[in-house]
Design a protein around this ligand. Structure first.
Ligand SMILES: NC(=O)c1ccc[n+]([C@@H]2O[C@H](COP(=O)([O-])OP(=O)(O)OC[C@H]3O[C@@H](n4cnc5c(N)ncnc54)[C@H](OP(=O)(O)O)[C@@H]3O)[C@@H](O)[C@H]2O)c1
Length: 352
């Protein structure tokens, strides 16, 4: 099969492309500003030219503004604006109108579509979120979530109108399950950096709020399986999620790292940003405010549908996984200052 992948250069897109190639498919990768595909391990993806072709396209344009260079058997839609705090109109153009254009392309070429959404289309609901649920009148946490809800609503409508579709909803995408390695330190990593460096010391949140981190390799595995076994996946929605860690779990693991400051989670009703020191207030207003609703949500993403579909077990994502993510971020120089190991200390003593 030839699979067209939008957002092919993205964190998830590049890993999906790598797996599709490994599974024997040819890939037509749609790239936008970044012209090359770098895997999560930081290395460029290599494949014969006839198996991996890259075309420049823009999902904000009808037909993605490109001429398809040949037959396409399947579309995977990963492209999106994923960072928070961008103008509302941009989310509408890229995430909503972009999805509309991808649906039109799929219709024109009579091609099945795998849409990559987000588990956080649940917005600020609490409790257990079923994979079948979408718009139940929930309040959305931010413009990103709102745009992804509208995009997935378009996808469901297209499905009802006869387009073969399936949706995969990742939660918060982080480093690989076994190694913690991640290509891009973005989103949640930025909050971790500000808090563990002590730039932000108090964060409004509940100790029993749940943050769901999912390894990027698991997300790419679920998307690839959805393409590979589309016959079984059609019409279904899969939560590609990790299972959730409470803020208490987070605090406990952060406290194990001697070079980290551990943020104080303050009840949102008692939290008053006006009382923060000026420097911390600036970080709060610019960054923390974009994420704080995630520290209040007491949610669990149900993943029975995904577990029934996948032939492999979901990776373990408890405290040990968080430790691996943090250890990698320290080793890569993104978080904290790594302490010297015993050999280095002894070498220093010998030098004296
Ligand atoms: N990362 C997460 O934590 C997370 C969580 C849940 C769901 N998701 C969903 O998973 C999907 C992939 O996310 P990701 O983390 O891989 O995102 P990412 O690393 O930010 O990649 C986004 C991709 O979209 C492309 N893109 C942006 N604007 C475009 C446009 N106008 N036309 C064509 N392509 C455009 C980007 O290309 P350029 O960079 O070249 O512009 C990039 O390749 C998204 O749908 C996202 O909503 C992600």
């Amino acid at each position: 099969m030839t699979v067209l992948v939008t957002g092919a250069s993205g964190l998830v897109g590049a890993e999906v492309v790598a797996r599709l190639l490994a599974a024997g498919h040819d890939v037509l990768g749609v790239v936008h500003r970044v012209p090359e595909l770098i895997g999560n391990n930081g290395r460029p993806l290599r494949a014969p030219k006839d198996r991996l072709r890259l075309v420049n396209g823009d999902v904000t344009k009808p037909g993605l503004g490109l001429e398809l260079p040949g037959r396409v058997d399947h579309i995977v839609h990963c492209a999106a604006i994923t960072d928070f705090g961008r103008p509302e109109a941009l989310y509408q153009q890229v995430n909503v109108d972009g999805t509309r254009h991808v649906i039109e392309l799929a219709r024109t070429h009579a091609t099945p579509l795998v849409h990559v959404g987000t588990a956080y289309v649940c917005g600020e609901r609490s409790g257990t979120i079923a994979e079948s649920e979408l718009d139940v009148g929930q309040r959305m946490g931010n413009h990103y979530e709102e745009s992804k809800l509208r995009a997935e609503t378009l996808v469901r409508k297209a499905s009802a109108d006869g387009l073969p579709v399936a949706a995969v909803r990742p939660s918060i995408v982080v480093g690989a399950a076994r190694t913690g390695v991640v290509r891009d330190f973005k989103n949640i990593y930025v909050v971790l950096k500000l808090t563990t460096q002590g730039r932000v010391r108090s964060v409004p949140g509940h100790f029993d709020a749940m943050l769901d981190l999912v390894p990027v390799d698991h997300v790419a595995d679920v998307v690839t399986a959805t393409v590979d076994r589309f016959g079984e996946a059609e019409g279904r929605t899969f939560h590609a999620v990790g299972g959730g860690l409470s803020l208490r779990d987070f605090s406990d693991v952060l406290a194990e790292f001697p070079s980290f400051h551990v943020p104080r989670f303050v009840s949102p009703t008692a939290f008053d940003p006006q009382r923060l020191p000026a420097s911390e207030r600036a970080y709060h207003d610019k960054v923390v405010v974009l994420y704080e609703s995630y520290f209040r949500r007491r949610i669990t993403f149900d993943r029975k549908e995904t577990e029934r579909f996948m032939t492999t077990k979901p990776p373990a994502t408890g405290q040990a996984f968080l430790r691996r993510l943090l250890e990698h971020a320290v080793k890569a120089g993104y978080l904290g200052t790594p302490l010297p190991d015993v050999d280095q200390v002894l070498a220093g003593l010998r030098g004296n």
